[in-house]
Ligand binder design. Structure first.
Ligand code: FAD
Ligand code: MG
Ligand code: MG
Ligand code: MG
Ligand code: MG
Length: 538
């Protein structure tokens, strides 16, 4: 058994104890939260207001329910439905011991325990806020991969303003194309909408756009129907690569039927004002296609604050996010934690803690490791059932290779076998094949609830460690293709289309919404979409 003192030894750098350079004059520890997105709102929702004073700093004074953005972008949902004023939300639980600071955090000083902020209106008066505990949940940015013209001409979909802008552009292009003096060629260009990226955001956007075109705009502008085209560009071989192959096939069938032009094995290598350049990956051949809108839904990138902190803490720059340990604590700090898209879990390595592992397993064998897995998994998430797939061929062949190598080195004749060295190699393999939680709202929420609970029970305060590290539970993935078509992968069932996943999609969001206002408005949006047409104003 790893007892508490041993565990403290394992994570030496946490046992330094916590010392704040700025003495706290409050009776309660002061928690400063950066950001007002998924992770922040659920952290605030679960943190005990009786134990902490709270300050939230964000340039956006509302929470955005991002899964609704593709619906807003196509006029199916209202912007108010998808946003929650943060101050109102926070004040429901934290009465007079909370503050919302409408500002950008521009720097974090982990030595003096303070953050530097800049007001959102661009005024260059910087001010600082001290914290006892800092929770960073600043999310990520869309990655343009430095491709020419993307920042200037492409549209993004990360915020409600983005969704509104795309919808306006679509409507404006229809108005422009309906003018009597416009040539057919120009009409074709104006009404060609290109979505870049075959992940969930790209697929949902292309789906919503195609339904908007087919079911609505083509009826309002019947004479323009022949010019309309929606394209989706994906470098890989299938859409929704993280979902099951059947779901990708279903999406392809639906898109085929809805006249979505799917370009596989291609990437966009330049975006211009009225066109974009496609490159075929296999041949390197390029072609320029005219279009009226490029929606960039491809990849994530760290925010400026995150890259600044990475440099300060000497973290590898190629990791998109801040590295945290299994307790979501920023590496190299005692009292700074990170949540959501801006963090990447890099648990304490098994191979760096051989003694502690041997303490738990008793002997350096795979069998002992397996037997003691539940116990070890509390401190080392890489051996959790969902992470270490010991039954898979990949793992088996890696072990076989390690054994063969040790056999060769021992001079053959069965002299190798399971030794401390081979055990260490196996641990290294498990460490190296660990995949951190994906940057999704689902995981951001789970991380936030975990951290709030650990704050409430005091285990992570003062540099301590928790009873168990964070491990995500995948509850399923849903993607709406517009209209009633939804694909759903979950640990129990996989459904492609039909009423059941559509029902799930709606009910899950009804549960996930952060307020009754959102729920009521969502139902109104849904009901109204049956009875009235979309709200077209441009
Ligand atoms: P965010 O929610 O992005 O919040 C970041 C917050 O930090 C924002 O309030 C921002 O204003 C603030 N901020 C930024 N910089 C600073 C700074 N310097 N100082 C202070 N504050 C700052 N995930 C799912 O699981 N399911 C889905 O169906 C799904 N659909 C999606 C659809 C779309 C269109 C998009 C874009 C994303 C979707 N996601 C989905 C992913 C999900 O939105 C993210 O994983 C989630 O938002 C991450 O939460 P977060 O708190 O880390 O960041
Ligand atoms: Mg956040
Ligand atoms: Mg958000
Ligand atoms: Mg984000
Ligand atoms: Mg008017």
């Amino acid at each position: 058994n790893i007892n508490f003192t041993q565990r403290i030894n394992v994570f030496k750098y946490h046992s330094r104890g916590y010392s704040s350079a700025t003495p706290n004059t409050h009776s309660r520890p002061r928690v400063v939260v950066l950001g007002s997105g998924w992770s922040s709102i659920f952290f605030v929702k679960h943190l005990n207001p009786k134990q902490f004073d709270l300050t939230v700093v964000s340039p956006r004074n509302y929470f955005t329910f991002t899964p609704l953005l593709p619906k807003i972008m196509s006029g199916m949902a209202n912007t108010i439905t998808a946003s929650e004023p943060f101050l109102t939300f926070m004040k429901k639980r934290f009465k007079d011991n909370s503050t919302f600071v409408h500002a950008n955090c521009v720097d974090v000083d982990t030595k003096s325990n303070s953050v530097t902020c800049a007001p959102v209106d661009g005024a260059n008066t910087l001010f600082s806020i001290n914290y006892d505990y800092l929770v960073i949940g600043v999310g990520s940015k869309t990655n343009s991969f430095g491709i020419r013209g993307v920042e200037k001409y492409a549209f993004f979909l990360k915020e409600v303003e983005h969704a509104e802008k795309v919808f306006q552009r679509v409507l404006d292009n229809f108005s422009a194309a309906s003018m009597p003096f416009v040539s057919d060629e120009e009409r074709r260009r104006l009404l060609h909408f290109v979505v870049v990226g075959g992940g969930p955001t790209g697929v949902e956007s292309a789906g919503e756009l195609s339904v908007l075109m087919n079911d609505y705009l083509s009826k309002v502008y019947p004479e323009l129907r022949q010019f309309v085209k929606v394209s989706i560009v994906e470098g890989g071989k299938r859409l929704l690569p993280t979902l099951r192959a059947e779901s990708s096939e279903y999406v392809s069938r639906v898109f085929d039927r809805n006249n979505v032009n799917m370009c596989f094995g291609k990437v966009v290598c330049e975006v211009k004002e009225h066109s974009c350049v496609l490159k075929e990956l296999a041949t390197g051949q390029t072609e320029e296609i005219g279009c009226g809108l490029v929606l960039w839904a491809s990849g994530l990138k760290e925010t400026e604050l995150v890259s600044k902190l990475q440099k300060k803490l000497n973290m590898p720059e190629n990791s998109r996010a801040l590295l945290v340990d299994q307790y979501l604590r920023l590496q190299g700090t005692d009292n700074v934690f990170c949540l959501g898209d801006c963090c990447r879990l890099a648990p304490t390595r098994l191979s760096d803690n051989l003694e502690a592992v041997l303490n738990a397993t008793g002997s350096p064998t795979l069998e002992a490791l397996l037997k003691n897995r539940p116990k070890l998994a509390r401190d080392f998430p890489q051996v959790r059932r969902t992470k270490w797939k010991f039954k898979e061929e990949k793992f088996k062949s890696a072990v076989a290779e390690i054994m063969a190598k040790s056999e060769r080195e021992a001079g053959g004749g069965g002299a190798g076998g399971e030794t401390r060295e081979t055990f260490l190699e196996i641990l290294k393999h498990i460490d190296n094949t660990y995949t951190p939680p994906f940057p999704t709202a689902q995981n951001a929420k789970q991380e936030a609830i975990y951290l709030a609970k650990m704050f409430n029970n005091g285990s992570l305060l003062g540099g301590g460690i928790a009873k168990a590290g964070f491990g995500e539970h995948w509850k399923g993935t849903l993607a709406s293709l517009g209209g009633y078509r939804v694909v759903m992968n979950s640990p129990f069932v996989n459904l492609n289309g039909g009423l059941l996943p559509f029902f799930f999609w709606n009910s899950i969001y009804l549960i996930l919404f952060t307020s009754c206002k959102m729920r009521a408005l969502f139902i109104v949006d849904l009901v109204m979409s049956f009875f009235t047409s979309r709200h077209i104003i441009s």
